[in-house]
Design a protein around this ligand. Structure first.
Ligand code: NAD
Length: 242
């Protein structure tokens, strides 16, 4: 079965969400309480929230950024990094995550995976609210000097109501893929939640890997439910032929 699948699949798009980082110790977003680290989304992840209370929002993302030093990529991130190195067909890993665990899963010396895009931005990047320039960022943004243009630096995060990054590349990859895999995402945040539909229209086979059925689980040809840290390495091993 695995060999047959590998023989017909050439072009893969993988969508990942907060669930792939859960076993690394990064809390998901729609946990049992529906909050993100104790905050309502409207209070920390919208442009309106940043205008209303910039200090609260900067501190929230400063804490998320600082917490990254305490977490490591888990077997699911490592398996996708292996797939990126070894898959000879087209591949695009689209993450909704703002953590850097996919990036760090690449082997030392390989740099960040070339076939990875962060559609919702990155904690370790700062964005100028005036000129739109971005720069790598490690420390706190609270109290940071302004951008060279005089604009205020904000987290380089795509907030609700803003346009996700890399949509042209993502749309083109989905239109040309023959396998679409969704890993660790609740299927509640658009446009990512609509990718499975687009993939189906493109004629792709679709697979969900998630702890529990997502909101759109019935849209997938196949669903495997369980922890990503076990199911993703199993899937990658089978795809790469052992
Ligand atoms: P979500 O929190 O809405 O959904 C997470 C999904 O992962 C759930 O369906 C859950 O059942 C599943 N899950 C939990 N543990 C799992 C495991 N061990 N293995 C497999 N699946 C597991 O996440 P989302 O759909 O990505 O949407 C949240 C938004 O919030 C994203 O856009 C993202 O930008 C942001 N966010 C990012 C992070 C991060 O960067 N790690 C964390 C929280 C929120």
């Amino acid at each position: 079965m695995a060999g047959m699948v590998a023989a017909v699949i050439r072009n893969i798009v993988i969508l990942t969400g907060a669930g792939i980082s859960a076993e690394s110790g990064v809390p998901t977003f729609r946990g049992p309480d529906g909050l993100w680290e104790g905050h309502r989304v409207e209070d920390v992840a919208t442009p309106q929230a940043f205008r209303r209370d910039p200090v609260l929002v900067q501190r929230f993302y400063d804490a998320r950024r600082a917490a990254l030093v305490h977490v490591e990529p888990n077997p699911a991130h490592l398996a996708l990094a292996r797939l990126d190195r070894e898959w000879t067909g087209d591949l695009l890993i689209v993450t909704q995550n703002v953590d850097d665990l996919h990036d760090r899963a690449a082997e030392p010396g390989h740099g960040r995976p070339a076939r990875l895009v962060h559609m919702h931005g990155e904690l370790k990047s700062a964005l100028c609210g005036r000129c739109g320039a971005t720069q790598p960022w490690d420390g706190d943004l609270t109290g940071a000097d302004p951008c060279g243009c005089g604009g205020t630096l904000r987290p380089d995060i795509v907030w609700f109501g803003e346009m996700p990054y890399h949509m042209d590349r993502i749309d083109a990859a989905i239109a040309g893929c023959d396998l679409f895999v969704s890993i660790g995402t609740s299927g509640a945040v658009y446009p990512a939640a609509g990718f499975v539909d687009a993939a189906r229209h493109a004629g792709a086979r679709t697979l969900e890997i998630n702890l529990e059925p997502s909101a759109g689980t019935q849209l997938f040809d196949e669903a495997r439910h369980g922890p990503a840290g076990r199911l993703v390495p199993e899937w990658v091993d089978a795809l790469l032929g052992g």
